[in-house]
Design a protein around this ligand. Sequence first.
Ligand SMILES: Nc1nc2c(ncn2[C@@H]2O[C@H](COP(=O)(O)OP(=O)(O)OP(=O)(O)O)[C@@H](O)[C@H]2O)c(=O)[nH]1
Ligand SMILES: [Mg+2]
Length: 347
Amino acid sequence: MLRDLTPALDLLDLAIVASEGLASDADRDAAASLAHAARRRREYLSGVIVVAIAGGTGSGKSSLLNALAGREIASTSALRPHTDKPLAWIPTGDDAISAMVEALDIDNVVEHDEASSLAVVDLPDLDSVSHDHRSLVEATLPQMDAVIWVFDPVKYHDPSIHREFLTEMTEYESVFIFALNKIDCLDEAEVEAVEAHLGGILKLDGFSDPELLAIAAAPTDGEPIGVAALEASLERRLVAKRADRVKLIADIRRAGRRLSADANVWTGTPDDAYEAIRAATGDAEQLSEVLDRFEIEGPLRAEIESSSGETDPVDLWLRRRAELAAIVAALGVTCAEIANDNAEGTT
Ligand SMILES: Nc1nc2c(ncn2[C@@H]2O[C@H](COP(=O)(O)OP(=O)(O)OP(=O)(O)O)[C@@H](O)[C@H]2O)c(=O)[nH]1
Ligand SMILES: [Mg+2]
């Protein structure tokens, strides 16, 4: 199981606060925007690949969840519409995924301990009028690493799915996988014809090179068909996501290091600054001139100015630098642990 990146981001936030007045504004701003961007890409916080299954009623979404899970998680039925609330099948112990499921207001959650780094959200159908589907899909999409759109051989051209949803979402093409389900009901030539027709419709929807797979999630006889190919496609996305995480972890670690490195950079030598501040302590005007000369700004300056006479300003300064160094060291350890888990997860 891959670790959540949140603890590393929390430490980077702490380092940003602790480096106020010690590190340069440019490095502090860069670290803050990295932390902000990483938090917004919530899908990258977790090392799990998160997949939503969407499509029309009866296309076989819940059956596909069961095929991916290898056991019956979701109830399936010939009666329509069947699933009326989203259901999530997620690995236990991944805080980022649990937080995501909660933020999406998904109450039906089944946890699994499988080795698979897969989390699947089975969405209600998109064609019945009883739900506010658009807002559900819009809330869900940005959180997903992949969305499998399931079609059945009878209703695959249903304009409501294409017009209402797909044509509006072409910018998500790299995240979408299209699955033509129930191919056990067709002969080979029919599968080819329907695949070609559906591929053509998807291009008309605005997708330039849609990934389309033919599957049977719950054939009348025998084992699922094409689900292994679908899993292989998800696995490729997981590998790409892991590579992204490796880079992100390295970026977080480097941003922390820059803050602590900055804290040791002086305009003069450290001894010069310490001496000058010590000598000026107690004389507000001279102290202010020294602080200007060494470009000491922000809360550190305020602390040094107000501590005159009581605490040694140089001790104060050293203490703050030690605090920052300790936070950045903890950040380094946390990043190394996450990177290790990430590397193990690829085997
Ligand atoms: N022959 C065949 N039947 C399938 C296949 N996949 C699903 N079905 C059947 O299609 C019906 C609908 O399947 P579900 O998985 O409940 O469909 P759903 O998309 O979840 O439907 P809603 O929850 O109403 O949105 C069920 O009777 C399934 O057994 C398949 O690959 N082949
Ligand atoms: Mg269902």
